[in-house]
Ligand binder design. Structure first.
Ligand code: HEC
Ligand code: HEC
Length: 448
């Protein structure tokens, strides 16, 4: 009997082992390793001295708190100036997005400069940073170190909140041959990408394909290593891959924050019906059995600004695919369109569309209400939040101000939809709905 029980137990244990080997559920240990690797470790060397952080305030042309006598006041002023946010994890007194360089020396930016955002005064890893002025940050830290502003062969950002991450990656890649050996002159790959609004990381676990154009498999770990590739050899990148696999597990574990104000349940239920009829085919369904189609909508159907979809050249994609980065998860060579994103946590991620050209969901659903030129709010605190239209209270401007008469810093508060890549057209699917239906869908979206 004992032997028999032993065999049964052994078989059961075998089954259990087998089940766990096949298990695709997230591994909590890997997630925790990933969180620590992302928020507590430095993966690249310093770009500026630590003093640059404290000296930057002298360049603002307004009196600022003394960094030694009032470090908290200085940090708040620094964060407001560049659109950064206090880190919700230990970070050597630096905001999210800045970090001590490798070996404990100087400072550097990290993923959270763009992927660490704030809404209603709470700061989140994984919420796109919609206030960042990366150009000002880079220029001032360099000037504070007594150097001239970094020369960039492309525009980093003409407005706050958007950032040309794609062209940074394309540029770094053009300096490598397919075997990853370094080149002195960039390869002419033909990519011409625009500045973008940073997407929320909490959608990643639902996606089969990622990035705004949906051309890259969402399971690719190596694609997330493009930001650290500048200073690494191929062997160093290979050694870092397991760490980035953990980081990806952490990104896939993130969940959106809940809408913090009251929701009209009956209205939201009516909105769900409107959503299932008009939006589900592209944006999927929500709740425990929710399904997400990872659907890429052709440019001629979606009609939003084409610069991002068309700016990724065949030359760049082929080169990426021929390197170690694209070897296991190549990007699609032919697609031109935008992936309909999941809408979980959409209440927190204004402004909308891939370029952040539309300040509210109400204006996404009624294209005639989109402002052509507007001033971006200085913060995403709730005083700048519109609960009815869901998104930002922005100041529409009847004519674009002459930005040449403003300081570059001030000029970047202006969002002008006539600039390259910043068009606010397309996605007119809500225009045919009634005002009541639009308002009901918005109520439903607050529940996601
Ligand atoms: C300079 C700003 C910036 C930095 C730094 C940055 N990202 Fe991003 N990230 C973006 C933008 C913008 C996009 C959208 C790009 C696109 O689709 O063309 C993006 C897209 C992504 C996506 C795809 C999300 C989706 O759902 O499609 C992942 C994953 C990601 N980044 C991870 C990282 C990681 C990990 C790091 C750090 C190693 C990092 N990013 C650093 C700005 C940045
Ligand atoms: C034919 C497919 C399609 C339909 C139908 C559709 N959408 Fe979209 N939607 C998209 C795509 C693609 C994008 C991304 C476009 C871009 O960023 O350029 C998008 C973007 C959005 C965004 C902005 C997302 C963000 O994170 O910035 C919202 C909000 C949205 N859709 C809501 C809706 C609602 C509500 C409906 C139904 C009334 C709807 N959509 C119908 C394809 C669709």
């Amino acid at each position: 009997m004992k032997a028999y029980l032993g065999t049964v137990i052994a078989i059961l244990l075998g089954l259990l082992n087998h089940a766990s080997a096949d298990d695709t559920r997230p591994d909590p240990v890997a997630i925790e390793r990933g969180r620590i690797a992302l928020t507590q470790r430095s993966h690249i060397r310093k770009a500026w001295s630590r003093d640059a952080y404290a000296k930057a305030g002298r360049l603002w042309g307004v009196s600022s708190p003394d960094p030694k006598a009032d470090p908290q006041g200085y940090a708040a002023a620094f964060n407001l100036r560049y659109g950064l946010h206090a880190a919700p994890y230990p970070n050597d007194g630096l905001p999210m997005g800045l970090r001590t360089g490798m070996g404990g020396d100087g400072i550097q930016i990290d993923c959270m400069a763009c992927h660490g955002g704030s809404i209603g005064g709470t700061n989140y890893v994984g919420l796109g940073n919609s206030t960042l002025d990366l150009k000002s940050l880079f220029d001032d830290l360099s000037h504070a170190d007594g150097r001239s502003a970094p020369i960039s062969p492309f525009t980093l950002n003409t407005t706050r909140g958007t950032v040309n991450a794609g062209q940074i990656a394309a540029f770094l890649l053009s300096l490598r041959n397919t075997d990853f050996s370094r080149r002195s002159f960039p390869l002419p790959l033909g990519a011409n990408l625009p500045e973008l609004d940073t997407p929320a990381w909490w959608h990643l676990h639902r996606k089969e394909t990622m990035y705004y154009d949906g051309r890259t498999p969402a399971d690719s770990v190596r694609t997330n290593m493009q930001f650290v590739m500048g200073e690494k050899s191929l062997d160093e990148l290979k050694a870092l891959e397991p760490t980035f696999r953990d980081i990806q597990a952490y990104l896939k574990s993130l969940k959106p924050p809940q809408y913090p104000f009251p929701i009209d349940g009956e209205k939201a239920e009516r909105g769900r019906t409107v959503f299932l009829k008009n939006c589900k085919a592209c944006h999927g369904t929500y709740g425990p059995d929710g399904e997400y189609p990872s659907r890429i909508v052709e440019l001629k159907v979606i009609g939003t600004d084409p610069a991002r979809a068309e700016g990724l050249s065949k030359g760049l994609v082929s080169h990426y695919n021929a390197t170690w980065l694209g070897e296991t998860h190549p990007a699609d060579l032919t697609m031109t369109g935008y992936q309909a994103p999941p809408l979980d946590g959409i209440w927190a991620t204004a402004p909308y569309l891939h370029n952040g050209s539309v300040p509210t969901i109400a204006a996404i659903l009624k294209s005639s209400e989109r402002p052509k030129v507007f001033r971006r709010p200085a913060s995403t605190n709730f005083e700048n939040y519109d609960k009815t239209r869901v998104g930002w209270i922005t100041e529409p401007l009847s004519v674009a101000p002459d930005v040449r008469k403003m300081s570059p810093y001030e000029a970047r508060f202006i969002y002008d939809t006539s600039r390259i890549g910043l068009g606010n057209g397309g996605h007119t699917f809500g225009d045919k709905l009634t005002d009541d239906e639009r308002s009901e869908v918005i109520e439903y979206l607050k529940t996601l």
